[in-house]
Design a protein around this ligand. Sequence first.
Ligand code: AAL
Length: 427
Amino acid sequence: MNVNYKIACYLSAIFALSACNQSVSQGTKTTESTEKPCEPELDLSPEKLDRFGITNKEYLSAASKRALQWKYVENDWYRVFNEMKPLKGDLAYEEGVVRRDPSAMIKADGLYHVWYSKSVGKTDGFSGDVEKDKVFPWDRCTIWHATSEDGWTWKEDEEAAIPLGEKGTYDDRSVFTVEVMVWDGMYYLCYQTIKSPYNVRTKNEVGLAWSKSPNGPWEKSKEPILKPADNGIWKGEEQNRFSVEKKGDFDSHKVHDPCILPYNGKFYLYYKGEQMGEEILYGGRQIRHGVAVADNPKGPYEKSNYNPISNSGHEICVWPVDGGIASLITTDGPERNTFQWSPDGINFEIRAAVKGANMPHAIGLNRTIEVSKDNPTAIFDWGLSHVYNSWHYQSIMRFDSYRKTSHVAQGAITPKGEKKKDEQTDN
Ligand code: AAL
């Protein structure tokens, strides 16, 4: 028996993963196994078979086998999102202005605070002179701050919270997609950075700024706190991001959407990685998530050996709950539109699917809402996200959602034995 195959069977038995009927690929050579295929251990108890409506355990379809391996099938994480609603005051939609990628919302001095990317003017793309043009809506952005008493009407500061760095520095072209962390009386903003020129092959990094007050002034890190892996090789000189000799790690091109959470006495910097030579898989972009851990908020951040920690998702949306870290996986990959949870900040499992309709894709979580083991997704009651008014202009809007744990017709009896009254109270 091939050694790799033996190991795969052993691991699948331990973790009850589906490594069955597989062939083992070694470089270009693929060996069909003649051994009896290894099968994951399945719970075939009468209760389990009855719950999943499986009539005959001798005839298990691939779908039934997968269902029997699901780890979490309860409904306590499920959410339904309503249509997003416009904000008022300075964050109402403004023609000619991009406001996007809001940070989490926090409360200080009785006010809600949010930070976001802001730029002006339309997007030119990459076909002209990238030294002069605006290549993306998030190009030539600075980071702005606004406050609100009620989360609806917002007042924007007169000046950017985080301006561009001086010419020649790592953040001289754009600073954007910001997140906030409050720790030990200090405020930290982490955000994406671009150094000019902004080409399709330009590497994207992450910067950090800190202040004693949410109103600044902010002191910026002299160097990025996170960089893409340096082990991919471009093919040729043309500005083509799909053409590579070697792709390198999952984050060899860009590190994006940073979000730092204090966790287990350390600081976990979650981020999205983009790989050189990105592919389209499962009908979505090849986007993955990673984490880097530090002893101090300012770093140094060390990438986890377990990266990538998600093979699906897009913008990072993570929050602590029940002693672990939860994550909303959106947009890309086979596990898109799922809530996931990990007991250790690294090993995430699916807890629920989320209805895609109305689901915001660039969520700034409302960190003023408390979550609990009993209502782990309460943090989605309301918060901020952005919408594309057009490719050129985006604006920040307010989302809200409600918990849904059963599917009951109006006036009928709920699983808890109560009468259902209206659409939004069937939990
Ligand atoms: C978003 C985010 C990052 C990207 C761009 C702006 O969806 O993933 O922020 O750089 O698009």
